[in-house]
Write a new protein. Structure first.
Length: 334
């Protein structure tokens, strides 16, 4: 009998501090009108002093484990997608493992904003191969730590957060099709050049643009509006389904204009494309599980619904998963 991976638990966490467009107006030459018109974002969350990616990940994981009714000791593997780890090493997954009192193997995956879909792929593969029965998959990022709040082209876009799912082995299909892609020829389009072995951060840490997120926004936009439809259609084909079968498309929440373009290109009605980018901004690897958890806790997704999760990001990377939702509709109000 074929073993499938099903999502049996989901949870998310946003840090408390809210950074509004008005706050940003006081920091750089921008305006509420420009940010809303060009991105759809009105506010985003930001980690507090002393708070790091692992703290967000732990909170999201606790919610997901409770939702699944699984004890931390029942998890066989922890995979965490992040590009803003607490430290270069150890892996943030190991810090999360310790905080949750787990003993299973734990590692990070860095595929930037596609990190959750890449981590999900690792979890699904482990379950389908029989090497694990229960996997905790987390997407977590605190990119505001790597943003130059004097650079108006990037500081208005990003926010912090975490989302997590518990995957369990099942006879019933859950994750039906999953595809990934990478194209290193676009590595220069979105990057944090310094802080790694190529350009170590120097003692004293002088203010230097290479320490912060740098992006060619127009090129990344062009890439996104091609990558999302292509990856979605590939994952649908791998699962034997079409756009019309989807209850929800849950894309990486980067920019409302990207989502609007994707809707047109895929010919999918806007009411079936989930967006809450207005209140989260771009939370990188956290974005897809945060969006999925919002759909779930607000009771807008029910058992049997077909959902496509699709991400894109630095690398360049992209990935999509088509999932048969197997949990009952949540009655909890968001
Ligand atoms: O997870 C993946 C992460 N990245 C993305 O998804 C980013 C994809 N790209 C985008 O979302 C868009 O390209 C941006 C939102 C980043 C920029 O929007 P745009 O419509 O492509 O604007 P633009 O870069 O073409 O800039 C238009 C103008 C420029 O001024 P000039 O040269 O026309 O005088 C910019 O300097 O807007 C200016 N501008 C701003 N003005 C006010 C750029 N940022 C701002 C700002 N406030 N925050």
């Amino acid at each position: 009998m074929t073993t499938h991976a099903c999502i049996t638990g989901i949870g998310s966490y946003l840090p408390e501090r809210i950074l509004t467009n008005r706050d940003l107006e006081a920091m750089v030459d921008t305006s509420e009108e420009w940010i809303v018109a060009r991105t759809g974002i009105r506010e985003r969350r930001m980690v507090a002093e002393g708070e790091a990616t692992s703290h967000l990940a732990v909170r999201a994981a606790e919610h997901a484990l409770a939702d699944a009714g699984v004890q931390p000791s029942g998890i066989d593997l922890l995979v965490l997608g992040t590009s803003s780890p607490d430290m270069i090493f150890p892996a943030t997954a190991c810090l999360v493992q310790e905080a949750l009192g787990m003993t299973c193997p734990a590692y990070d995956v860095n595929a930037a904003c596609s990190g959750f879909v890449f981590a999900l792929h690792a979890g699904v593969t482990a379950i389908e191969s029989g090497r694990a029965s229960r996997v905790l998959v987390i997407g977590a990022d605190a990119l505001t730590r790597h943003i130059d709040f004097a650079d108006r082209t990037t500081c208005v876009l990003f926010g912090d957060g975490a989302g997590a799912v518990v995957l369990e082995a099942s006879d019933e299909p859950g994750v039906l099709g999953i595809v990934l892609g990478s194209d290193g020829s676009g590595a220069g389009l979105l990057k944090i050049p310094a802080g790694g072995s190529a350009r170590p951060v120097t003692p004293g840490g002088a203010r230097d643009a290479s320490r912060f997120v740098q992006m060619n926004g127009n090129e990344v936009f062009r890439f996104a509006v091609n990558a999302i439809p292509t990856a979605t259609l590939e994952a649908l084909e791998a699962s034997g389904h079409s756009i019309d079968d989807l209850a929800w498309l849950v894309p990486h929440q980067a920019n409302q204009r990207i989502l609007n373009t994707v809707e047109q290109r895929l010919g999918i009605p806007p009411e079936r494309v989930f967006s809450h980018v207005e209140t989260t901004g771009n939370t990188s690897a956290a974005s897809i599980p945060l969006a999925l958890d919002d759909l779930y806790t607000s009771g807008r997704i029910a058992s049997g619904d077909l959902v496509a999760l699709v991400g894109f990001g630095a690398g360049l990377t992209w990935g999509a998963a088509v999932v048969r939702w197997t949990k009952p509709r949540s009655t909890e109000e968001n």
